[in-house]
Design a protein around this ligand. Structure first.
Ligand SMILES: Cc1ncc(COP(=O)(O)O)c(C=O)c1O
Length: 389
């Protein structure tokens, strides 16, 4: 039967995060032991009623029809108000398109830009779905890897610049980064943007964690440096800032002339984000100050609880992240992080993401999501300590 399907899809590998989650879920069923899930990138707090109530209201008002492909005008206006306020920029509603989560934003952009064999430069280690979206379009990925030096993730910036040439089609930067929490500085953004302008390629900046910063309000955005003529697309999401992972809603900021092409791609994929969900995002953006303050405070507390212990563990080398919500650390002596993560499930009943999921440069590392209650973090750390300390 399988030989009669699209061979590229059949042979496409699931990510190592999915592999470990499937392994953990199966093991839980078979063994009857509860497996503590810290493999995915989401918190355990459900969405605020400030958002839910507006959505329910919209449903009750009958907002249940096909909708605008780029998003309803009220939401595009609200997004542009929000972006202009938090980044002190000057965008119009036409610069933003609503998409079915940051994930769909990434897929649509890869569809729009990449053809067979196109060169894509990425800063890694990086969230696996980004890599998969490029590979599905048969892009040719070249990674410039961050290195953990003196407990800090560092980028060989010259190497990144050198790797971007006239042959490059797309440069992909995710800052604040998943899994490392690394943040590209404003100065580096400026130099990179200038270089990309010279080379004539696209710059895709995934800024879905822009609100999850522990020292500042928001992370620096390329949009603060860009001109309308720049080939710059910024991916954003409601998932992380507003505890809305299951809603599947986000937005992309793009040159105005791309709007109609994005609309075509939305039409033949999701046909648009349900209008009642878009009303929920309007409320999230209107109340962003209260909502993100709470999210950030809770995450900072969780981070501090986890890292107070992790930094002292003998087998571990880590950097305390100033952004996002992951502990991504090197474990001495491990060569196969997927096998090691499976062993941890069996030995400790904790499910963590294997570093290899984030590319070759992630091998030898593990990722734990710390967007969780104190009791969960303590339990996970108590269980992992004998193996990692
Ligand atoms: C770096 C990065 N980009 C994009 C996404 C996609 O977010 P969503 O599709 O939930 O909006 C994620 C989710 O984990 C992520 O970590």
């Amino acid at each position: 039967m399988l030989d009669n399907l699209n061979e590229e899809i059949v042979s496409f590998k699931e990510t190592a995060i999915m592999q470990i989650a499937n392994f953990g879920r199966k093991y839980q069923l078979e063994s009857g032991n509860y497996i503590y899930p810290a493999w995915f990138g989401e918190g355990d707090t459900s969405t605020s009623n400030l958002i839910n109530n507006k959505t329910i209201e919209a449903l009750n008002q009958g907002k249940t029809f096909y909708t605008y492909q780029n998003g309803i005008p009220q939401l595009r206006l609200e997004i542009s108000n929000y972006m202009n306020k938090v980044f002190k920029i000057n965008t119009k509603p036409e610069h933003h398109s609503v998409v079915t989560g940051g994930m769909m934003g990434l897929r649509l952009i890869c569809d729009l830009i990449i053809s067979d064999g196109d060169e894509v430069i990425m800063v890694g280690p990086v969230w696996p779905n980004i890599r998969s979206s490029v590979l599905l379009r048969k892009g040719n990925i070249k990674e410039v890897a961050l290195k953990l030096i003196d407990s800090e993730w560092k980028l060989d910036f010259e190497k990144l610049l050198d790797s971007i040439t006239h042959k490059t089609k797309m440069v992909f930067v995710n800052s604040p980064g998943n899994p490392t929490g690394w943040v590209m500085s404003k100065k580096q953004q400026e130099i990179l943007l200038n270089h990309v302008r010279e080379m004539g390629c696209w710059l895709i900046s995934d800024e879905v964690y822009h609100q999850i910063m522990f020292n500042e309000n928001v992370s620096p955005s390329f949009l603060q440096l860009s001109k309308p003529s720049d080939r710059l697309i910024v991916i954003n999401s409601a998932s992380k800032s507003f505890n809305m992972t299951g809603w599947r809603i986000g937005w992309i900021t793009h040159p105005e002339e791309l709007g109609s092409h994005i609309a075509k791609l939305v039409q033949i994929t999701t046909t648009g984000v349900p209008e009642f969900l878009q009303n929920g995002l309007i409320s999230a953006l209107q109340n962003y100050k209260i909502l993100t303050k709470e999210v950030r405070q809770n995450l900072k507390k969780s981070r501090d609880i986890m890292f107070a212990r992790l930094v002292n563990w003998k087998q571990v080398e880590c950097s305390v992240p100033e952004a996002a919500f992951y502990a991504f650390f090197k474990v001495k002596g491990i060569e196969d992080s997927l096998e090691y993560a499976k062993k941890l499930i069996i030995d400790t009943n904790v499910g963590v993401a294997p570093g290899i999921a984030f590319g070759e440069s992630g091998e030898g590392h593990l990722r734990i999501c710390f967007a969780a209650q104190e009791s969960f973090i303590n339990e996970v750390m108590d269980r992992l300590e004998p193996a990692l300390n």
